[in-house]
Design a binder for this molecule. Structure first.
Ligand code: PEP
Length: 261
């Protein structure tokens, strides 16, 4: 990882932890993550919508330097969209990062690159940072189309964004076959794909955006593999699913640099 890009370790809780469990988890994290860790690494947690207010209150009251994150946002500011939550509503809760285009949203809820694009724009317009997810399927990888698929997703998801906005983004490269499966891309494969993401950002938005955009790797990141993944030059952080549900396990990932290879 580059010295100029602060690492970001994000915990995506998905549809886990009610608001009481969420409070407990954040309190445990506050105990396990120390001042030195926050000096070196940015940390975000992404609870379900129903937990956001409770987690925000704990973070604020106890002055815990963990950023609050969300898992999705609707592109409209308000209106007749039953069941949806808008970006300005999240911003009002001090949400800093919003995941857009997670593969589960793409695969289970049919979100297209165009959908991800309007969501990313809405998140930026509300003053938050999108974490834009891209990743290929196992089929895409085994047929040699992984890079082409990532290029296509980046082109559609980031279309029309300004270069300086892209430089401040987070992009999560998450091979779908590695999410929740226990399979991890090897550090060499993950690095190769993250380098490809950076090269595409360079081609689309210029060298300055490519140098500053933060690229996370996601897919079965655990305390044991985090140090080697984080040692790769184009990997600036991790988007962690399963292992983020347990405060101690997530804290060990945040502390990856203590075990750096
Ligand atoms: C994710 O949900 O973004 C993810 C990477 O999950 P897991 O760490 O469980 O593979």
């Amino acid at each position: 990882m580059s010295a100029n890009r602060r690492p970001l370790i994000s915990g995506n809780w998905k549809m886990n932890h009610n608001h009481l469990e969420a409070i407990q988890t954040v309190q445990k994290l506050a105990y396990a993550i120390e001042k030195d860790d926050y000096e070196a690494v940015d940390v975000s947690v992404h609870p379900p919508f129903t937990d956001l207010r409770s987690v925000q209150t704990v973070l604020q009251a106890d002055q815990i330097p963990i950023s609050l994150g969300a898992q999705n946002a609707h592109e409209a500011e308000r209106g007749a969209f039953t069941g949806e939550v808008s970006a300005p509503m999240l911003a009002k809760l001090n949400v800093a990062y919003v995941i857009v285009g997670h593969s589960e949203r793409r695969e289970l809820f049919g979100e297209s690159d165009a959908d991800v694009n309007v969501k990313a724009r809405a998140v930026l317009a509300a003053g938050m940072t999108p974490i834009v997810c891209v990743g290929e399927t196992l089929d895409g990888r085994s047929t040699g189309h992984a890079e082409a698929r990532i290029t296509e997703q980046l082109t559609g998801s980031l279309a029309g964004l300004k270069a300086d906005a892209v430089g401040d983004l987070v992009i999560a490269y998450e091979p779908i076959w590695a999410i929740g499966t226990g399979e991890t891309a090897t550090p060499v494969d993950a690095q190769q794909m993250c380098a490809h993401v950076r090269a595409r950002i360079d081609a689309m938005f210029g060298a300055a955006a490519a140098a500053s955009v933060r690229i996370q790797y996601g897919g079965s990141v655990k305390p044991g593999n985090a140090p080697e993944l984080m040692a790769q030059p184009d990997i600036d952080g991790a988007l962690v699913g399963g292992a983020s549900l347990d405060a101690n396990e997530f804290a060990r990932i945040v502390k990856y640099r203590l075990y750096q290879v």
